[in-house]
Write a protein that binds this ligand. Structure first.
Ligand code: PAF
Length: 295
């Protein structure tokens, strides 16, 4: 595995791969790799060669007062994990390589980026779309792999790819969960003591929605009431938003007629300043006449 720090060298490597008609797969990450990331790398390895993984803690997607400075950085372990999985190139650019002095061009995906996470974290998706477009321009991958845990991010990036006629195809991979249901996230590292157990209420509440749907409930308001009821039993967890939205527009739905997401964000921890904000979702799909719910 070769570690690359400069854009010029990464572009050269990508150009050589294309010249040899290789199918380049790309997994962009912010490091602190966990099984969720590793599942993306494995999916990329099955479909592509060479595989490029980037590690870049992107400052423009963190708001003031967010966790940029304390975001977990575990480079040596990340490097070893990539090496073990047969990653070909690890792209680790310094911040001033991606954002040189005077940088002033940003990507906004109107509408989709202002809802849900975007409402709670203004500017977040502008930073995500900007860095992903830059990374796509540098790596020029045939396929790029993202996790469904960040369903809104995937939807926004799909829109960006379509609107800007990019050549990269996005591949969305399933959410990877701990045995007790907690969705893997680099931010799980912040959970202390009882917070780790309390955090499973995100999964449990989505599972309550699944149970309601299986029992025949179809009213989004009643489904969300069941979700809130489940979360309320965990006093240290406070919902930031819980919505059932159309998978395409990300607007709230009045009925479960086509593909939807139950989107959930919550703070775990009684002290708001020290609480950990986690997100999770469930995918609801109409299959024939019945609804399939995937957590
Ligand atoms: O999902 C992430 O880890 C980040 O948002 C991404 C896509 C690597 C962009 O910084």
């Amino acid at each position: 595995m070769e570690t690359i720090h400069t854009i010029a060298w990464m572009k050269q490597v990508a150009r050589d791969a294309r010249r040899r008609e290789h199918i380049l797969g790309f997994v962009p990450t912010m490091g602190a790799l966990h099984e969720g990331h590793l599942s993306l790398i494995r999916a990329a390895r099955r479909q592509c060669s060479p595989v490029v993984v980037s590690i870049f803690v992107n400052p423009t997607q963190f708001g003031p007062g967010e966790d940029l400075a304390k975001y977990p950085r575990t480079f040596e372990a990340d490097r070893a994990a990539c090496e073990n999985l047969g990653v070909d190139y690890l792209f680790v650019p310094p911040v001033d390589e991606i954002y040189p002095r005077g940088f002033r061009t940003f990507v906004n995906v109107d509408g989709l980026g202002d809802r849900l996470e975007g409402r709670s974290r203004p500017g977040h998706f502008r930073g995500v779309a900007t860095v992903v477009l830059k990374l796509f321009e540098i790596v020029e991958p045939e396929f790029a792999f993202f996790g469904r845990k960040d369903a809104q991010q995937v939807r926004i990036l799909e829109q960006m790819v379509a609107d800007l006629n990019l050549n990269t195809q996005l591949v969305t991979c399933p959410i990877i969960r701990e045995p007790d249901g907690l969705a893997l996230s680099s931010r799980n590292a912040y959970l202390q003591g009882d917070q780790r157990r309390a955090a499973t209420v995100l999964y449990r509440s989505l599972d309550a929605v699944r149970a309601e749907i299986t029992a025949g409930e179809r009213d989004p308001a009643r489904l969300l009431a069941a979700l809130r009821h489940a979360v309320d039993r965990e006093p240290s967890v406070v919902i930031d938003y819980a919505e059932i939205v159309d998978a395409d527009t990300l607007e709230p739905v009045m009925a479960l007629r086509k593909t939807c997401y139950v989107m959930l964000a919550a703070r775990v921890g009684t002290d708001r300043a020290k609480a950990t904000r986690l997100i999770d979702n469930a995918l609801i799909e109409l299959v024939g006449d019945s609804l399939r719910v995937t957590l």
